[in-house]
Each structure stands twice: as C-alpha cells, then as structure tokens.
Design a binder for this molecule. Structure first.
Ligand SMILES: Cc1cc2nc3c(=O)[nH]c(=O)nc-3n(C[C@H](O)[C@H](O)[C@H](O)COP(=O)(O)OP(=O)(O)OC[C@H]3O[C@@H](n4cnc5c(N)ncnc54)[C@H](O)[C@@H]3O)c2cc1C
Length: 170
C-alpha cells in the first residue's frame, strides 16, 4: 500500500514512455494534450523511422531526413523531453527505469518497444536474409544490391549471372 505522501510526490513525477516508434511518439504527443506534468520519451536511436516509406528510401525517391527525422527536432517546443539510450532495466516496485547509468523515476510508464524481426521458421532466412526495418537496413540492402549488380556485369557465365541478380523477398 502506498502512503499519501508518496502519492503526492508521485504527482510531480513524469510519464515515461520507452520506445519512440509510432506507438510511443504518438502516445507522447497525445498525452501532452491531456497531462500537464512532465513527459519523457526514451529511445535507443536519435531518429524516428517512418517505416512505410523505407521502400522509397531504398529506391532514392525520398531523402533520409524525411523518413528519419531527429527526435529533438520533432519534439522541439512540445515540452516533451527526449532521452537517448537503451533501457536496461525496469523496477516496477520502485517505479524506476534505468539506462545510461542513470535512474528515471516515473508516475506512469508506457512501454512501446515494438517487435523484433521474425523469420516465421522459413529455412535459411535468418542466416541469409537482410532485414528491412531501419535506415541502416536500407543502406545495407542498397549496398548489397549494388555490389551484386557490379559483380554480375563482370560475370561471363549466364547461369551465375542470373543467380547473382535473383532476389527472393520474404
Ligand atoms: C518496411 C516496413 C513497411 C511498413 N509499412 C506499413 C504500412 O504501410 N502501414 C502500416 O500500418 N504498418 C506498416 N509497417 C508496420 C509498422 O511500421 C509497425 O507496425 C510500427 O512501426 C510498429 O510501431 P511500434 O511503435 O509498436 O514499434 P517500432 O516502430 O518498432 O518502435 C519501437 C521503438 O522502441 C525502441 N526501442 C526498442 N527497445 C528499446 C530499448 N530497450 N530502449 C530504448 N528504446 C528501445 C526502438 O528503437 C524503436 O524506435 C511497416 C513496417 C516495415 C518494417
């Protein structure tokens, strides 16, 4: 049971949101309209990733800045504090989040950590496929495809060349 003193103190504590994807970022912006106290958004990367446009980034139809805007710019003048770091531990009893050697106490905690890539048991996919979720993934895939194309242009054997230029998408 929490004492009244603890509850009063709680009022001054922030809402802490871990994960700045669609869920976390929009929760932060929405809660800002409902809640007058401090809000902290934590993410392990500098930039929000607008994933539906990652394909257009790969095909160079849009620029990186459009797909991956920096959180500090997105949250400028919103009153929401951005903290860069990977959350390492959460103490639910003490209501604390730990990262970067620091502890953040919260009044309410929102976990919006997203998901990890699933390979759905497709044989060989995990070992050989490139994932496609982040700006880094897009550059890695673009680089890989360009390399294959360059090697293929110098390959005489048509079978080998065809194999090099064959892409499977899971
Ligand atoms: C290529 C692609 C195209 C897509 N297109 C569409 C579409 O057209 N329409 C649609 O509805 N959906 C689409 N989706 C799916 C959609 O992008 C996801 O459903 C959505 O991004 C999920 O949002 P989220 O906030 O739950 O998770 P995420 O976007 O994954 O965000 C989670 C965040 O948590 C952060 N994080 C994770 N662990 C930690 C930690 N320990 N500490 C700090 N931060 C952490 C991550 O850095 C990340 O920023 C697409 C997905 C992909 C990959």
């Amino acid at each position: 049971m929490r004492s009244p003193t603890e509850t009063e103190t709680d009022d001054n504590l922030p809402i802490v949101i871990v994960g700045g994807g669609f869920a976390g970022l929009f929760a932060a912006l929405h809660l800002r309209d409902l809640h007058s106290g401090p809000i902290i958004l934590i993410d392990q990367t500098w930039c929000f990733v607008f994933k539906p446009l990652l394909y257009e980034l790969l095909s160079s139809e849009v620029k990186l800045e459009l797909i991956c805007p920096r959180y500090d710019r997105l949250l400028h003048n919103t009153g929401i504090t951005f903290v860069l770091g990977t959350v390492e531990a959460i103490d639910l009893d003490q209501k604390q989040v730990k990262l970067n050697g620091l502890t953040y106490s919260y009044r309410y905690l929102v976990l919006a950590l997203g998901s990890t890539t699933s390979y759905f048991g497709i044989p060989g996919a995990k070992e050989h496929a490139l994932s496609f979720r982040t700006g880094y993934d897009v550059f890695a895939l673009g680089q890989h495809l360009r390399n294959r194309l360059q090697i293929a242009t110098q390959t005489e054997d048509m079978e080998e060349r065809r194999a090099m230029l064959t892409v499977a998408i899971g």
